[in-house]
Design a protein around this ligand. Structure first.
Ligand code: TYM
Length: 336
């Protein structure tokens, strides 16, 4: 008898350009697990409305992100890829879970504190962001949530919300576990190795490497990466060596070599210049096929939209019954 495959849910926002941190922290894991898992991947456009944005640009970024994900190897015959707003159960379930989530839990979220500090006026959506994320995960009864390190707190909150709902209304949701990569779970900015590489700073040239950047740009950004004056190429937890550590971790995540083998690869390097070029080269090789393939999807938006519509239909088949179960348990009149 074949065993039931673990169910995976994960999401990515269509804000800014997807970058190397998104690729190593999330997308690469998603692609790798496709055969052994049952997968739901979501472009979370509703989440991207929680900070100021440009509506016309959002449509373009959403399609571009879909093309990157398909080009990176998400296979629609193995995984469901869809756009969050196409499955209305997410927004509906969010109201229901809002009513079981204490406000104090949301006020403690690190990402809320960081993002709200940057806004003049804080929208309710920003504080509610993690509840919508909990709905994403819980509507699918996901067992695993492959994410970068920065999303761990949100997945833990999701478990707390699920536990509270299960306690009040009876067993409804499976307990999801965050799955964080061992290497490159937090890719740091190349201009500032103390700050996480992020889409919001990716317009600053030198901060991030975009998944769709051309080889010349990638080389330029790596050549300017901030390092230190030790001139010693080894992994380290020390703060003032964070730049070199970040470069080595990126190299390790792509080549999948051990730390010892990574250091050995640079044993004869003449300095940080060689390290930067060496890392740039493996990144360029890893991202090249994605950049080349993504054009194929972007050139045929009708076909791309059809793929996303199929994904939404498959997602609805799972999410709608779960929403109905929640409504039923919460005492709403159903089926009139
Ligand atoms: P988002 O769009 O910020 O990031 C998408 C994924 O990329 C990871 N990531 C990183 N990993 C390593 N280093 C970095 N510098 C880096 N920056 C980003 C993120 O951890 C994430 O896995 N809240 C989520 C989107 C979301 C979601 C969900 C995720 C909405 N609903 C349900 C999982 C399950 C987010 O903002 O991702």
């Amino acid at each position: 008898m074949s065993e039931k495959k673990p169910r995976v849910f994960s999401g990515i926002q269509p804000t800014g350009e997807p970058h190397l941190g998104n690729y190593l922290g999330a997308i690469k894991q998603w692609v790798k697990g496709q055969d052994e898992k049952e997968n739901f991947f979501c472009i979370v456009d509703l989440h991207s409305l929680t900070v100021p944005y440009d509506p016309e640009g959002l449509r373009e970024r959403t399609r571009k992100l879909a093309s990157v994900l398909f080009a990176a190897g998400i296979d629609p015959d193995k995984s469901v890829l869809f756009i969050q707003s196409h499955v209305s159960a997410h927004a509906e379930a969010c109201w229901l879970l809002n009513c079981v989530t204490p406000l104090g839990w949301l006020q403690k979220m690190t990402q809320f504190k960081d993002k709200s500090a940057k806004q003049e006026s804080i929208g309710t959506g920003l504080i509610d962001y993690p509840v919508l994320m909990a709905c994403d995960i819980l509507l699918y009864n996901a067992d695993e949530v492959p994410v970068g390190d920065d999303q761990k707190q949100h997945v833990e909150l999701t478990r707390n919300i699920a536990g509270r709902f299960n306690n009040i209304y009876g067993e409804t949701f499976a307990m999801p576990a965050p799955v964080i990569p061992k290497v490159a779970a937090r890719v740091m900015g190349l201009d500032d190795p103390m700050a996480k590489m992020s889409k919001s700073s990716s317009s600053v040239r030198g901060h991030a490497v975009g998944v769709l950047d051309d080889p010349d740009e990638i080389l330029y950004v790596f050549k300017r990466a901030k390092t230190d004056s030790y001139n010693e190429i080894r992994f380290s937890d020390e703060e003032d060596r964070a730049g070199v550590n970040n470069l080595l971790s990126i190299y390790q995540a792509i080549t999948r070599k051990s730390k010892g083998d990574v250091e050995a690869d640079f044993a004869n390097a003449r300095g940080y210049g060689d390290l930067k070029v060496g890392v740039a080269e493996v990144v360029i090789d890893a991202l090249r096929p994605i950049r080349e393939e993504s054009g194929k999807y972007l050139d045929d938006p009708v076909a791309l939209d059809a793929m996303l519509a199929r994904g939404a239909e498959q997602a609805r088949e799972v999410a709608m019954p779960k929403l109905r179960e929640m409504q039923e348990k919460m005492g709403l009149i159903m089926g009139l």
